[in-house]
Every structure is written in C-alpha cells, then in structure tokens.
Design a protein around this ligand. Structure first.
Ligand SMILES: Cc1cc2nc3c(=O)[nH]c(=O)nc-3n(C[C@H](O)[C@H](O)[C@H](O)COP(=O)(O)O)c2cc1C
Length: 312
C-alpha cells in the first residue's frame, strides 16, 4: 500500500509538531512519500499535473497540517482548489481518485474542552471538517476518521512546554502508524481472500441462500456446470437443487486464489477442491476452476458480479 502525505505548513522551520510528525512518518512507514507543498510551491503556483500524478500513484492520502483559523492553511486550500479539478476528482470522467483513502491528520493549538458547545470554540472538531468530508465523498474517496491531538502549540512561558508538544506529536505518529497498518491488512486483496474463505465455509455447511445472495449483485451472471443462472433468483434456484442432492458438512478447500485489480473491479481466480456426499451415499470429489468478477462497494462490502465455475 502506497501512502502519500500532503504536508502543508507555511513555516516548517518554526514547526514543532508537524515537522516531527512528517519526519517520523517517513522513518517509520514503508512506501510513503511526503510532499511538502509549501516548500515545493512557496509562490502558491501549484504544479497540478505533478500533484495529480502523485495522487494517482497512492492508495492512501494523508493531509498533514496545523489547524489554522478552524481550517487548513491557505496553501492547502489552494492545492485542493486546483488539484481536485473537473474530470479528475469530479465530473463525468472525474473518477481518478475513486476508492482511495482520504485521511486528515492535523494538530490543534486549543485544548479539547474548548471544542464543545459550552467551550469557547463552541463547535466540535468534526463540525469544522464537514467541507473536507464532503469533498472526499464527491471525489468518491473513502473518508477515514481524522487523526488529531489538542494542545499542540508551545508559547514559551505562557502555554505548554516543548517536550509536551513533542510527546503528543509522537502519540499522533503512533496513531497514524497503527491506522496505516490496519489499512494495509484491510487492502482489497486481503478482504476478498478473507471473504472467499468465509464464502466456502458457508457452502461447507450448506448455509441458507440468504447469506450468499447478500453478496451477489442484482443481475449477476452465474455460470455453473449445471447451467447459467442470473442474479438472486438464479442463485436460489441452482442452490435449491444442490441442497436436495448434497449433504451439509462437506469440504471446499481453496487450493489457490489470485486477486487482481482490473478497472475498478477485481478478478478472482480460484482453484477449489470439493469433497462431499450425496443423500444417496455417493462420495463426490470435484476439482473446480472458478473465475469471479467482484466489486468492493463504497461501504467496504464484496459484491459478486460474475461467477463462473468449471470442473476440471
Ligand atoms: C495562523 C494561525 C491560526 C491558528 N488557528 C488556530 C485555531 O483556529 N484553533 C486552534 O486550536 N489553534 C490554532 N492555531 C494554533 C496551531 O494549530 C498550532 O500552532 C499548530 O497546530 C502547531 O503546529 P506546528 O508546531 O507544526 O506549527 C493557529 C496558529 C496559527 C499560526
């Protein structure tokens, strides 16, 4: 999984928190690129193509910045206005960011209790993030829970100590690293592999057809050795026949599984060995090659659009 950090700080030399967070992320996370956009574009003239290419290359984008006036620093706003443009992030061909993870990571000067209806900042932090959240949705990205720490400003002799800000920065890094680890394990490939295991365990038990239809798209094309079937009704029809003949507690063993991304969906190639017994007491052993075409929906679920089973 590739991670892109868009680091936006107009005065990184004076930064304690964001500088430390960006440095530590670089040191701790593999396949991570930090783009220090104020350093790249001190005149605010963004190289749109370069930024878009960096985004296309990434699976997860972290926006790392100090909270300024309940919002992001100006350089990041300019960056969004120009880089998330028509037919890139939105519009009829604007699906270039579809499915990528979008995570805000920022540092807040004020204390936690100030950000509540009775505190002097009146609103909660997620309230201030709504425009960013909706921007992620419009760009068809996965908006993840933001990561932030409070009390991140050091004003010598007035507020905080440098060490306290450094400690909280380290906590923020730790939280980010944990989140990235979890995401890496939750990549679509792993998700589909886990799903396939679960799917066949349900076949072993001859579970209710509702379980299977949950994951089958409307109108999905299902091709079994017994013939071609369409969608939920088709599946239920085929499965009812199977249930009449085959006893539960059979065994489907996945011998191999290969998942590859293909234009917004995934091709899954499987070799499966089935050992079962019919109600007439006959043992069956089947080697099957299966080719599935699946989608990971925006709420993270697997949907099967094509399901082809051939015996070999
Ligand atoms: C221009 C400016 C605006 C700021 N606005 C806010 C704000 O709205 N709310 C807040 O809690 N802190 C605010 N702060 C404090 C910053 O969030 C804090 O200094 C920063 O997160 C520390 O990160 P750094 O060490 O990387 O600079 C502001 C600071 C500056 C310089």
């Amino acid at each position: 999984m590739k991670t892109l950090v868009i680091l936006a700080h107009p005065n990184l030399d004076e930064s304690i928190a964001n500088k430390r967070i960006a440095e530590q992320l670089s040191a701790k996370v593999e396949k991570l690129e930090v783009r220090d956009i104020f350093n790249l574009y001190p005149d605010y003239k963004i190289d749109i193509k370069a930024e878009q290419n960096a985004l296309i290359d990434a699976d997860t984008v972290i926006f790392q910045y100090p909270f300024y006036w309940y919002n992001m620093p100006a350089i990041l706003k300019v960056w969004f206005d120009e880089v998330f443009n028509f037919n890139f992030a939105y519009g009829p061909e604007g699906d270039k960011l579809k499915g990528k993870n979008f995570m805000l990571s920022f540092t807040i000067g004020g204390p936690d209790d100030a950000y509540s209806p009775l505190g002097y900042n009146h609103f909660r932090i997620p309230d201030f993030l709504k425009p960013m959240e909706q921007s992620a949705y419009l760009a068809q990205m996965n908006y993840l829970e933001p990561v932030y720490e409070h009390g991140m400003v050091y004003i010598p002799g007035v507020y905080n100590t440098k060490e306290a800000v450094e400690e909280k920065s380290d906590v923020q890094v730790q939280r980010l690293v944990e989140r990235l680890d979890a995401l890496a394990n939750e990549n679509p490939e792993n998700k589909i592999k886990k799903f396939a295991k679960d799917w066949f365990e349900h076949f072993d038990l001859m579970a209710d057809d509702g379980y299977f239809n949950n994951y089958i798209a409307n109108g999905a094309k299902l091709q079994f050795p017994e013939g071609e079937f369409i969608g939920h009704e088709g599946f239920s029809q085929w499965y009812a026949n199977m249930k009449k003949n085959i006893k539960p507690n059979n065994e489907h063993r996945i011998e191999s599984i290969n998942v590859s991304a293909n234009n917004g969906h995934f091709d899954v190639d499987l070799a499966v060995k089935l050992k079962a017994e019919t109600f007439e007491g006959e043992s069956i052993q089947i080697n099957a090659k299966e080719n599935w075409k699946v989608e990971i929906t925006r709420d993270g679920r697997v949907k099967i659009h094509e399901y082809i089973v051939k015996t070999v």
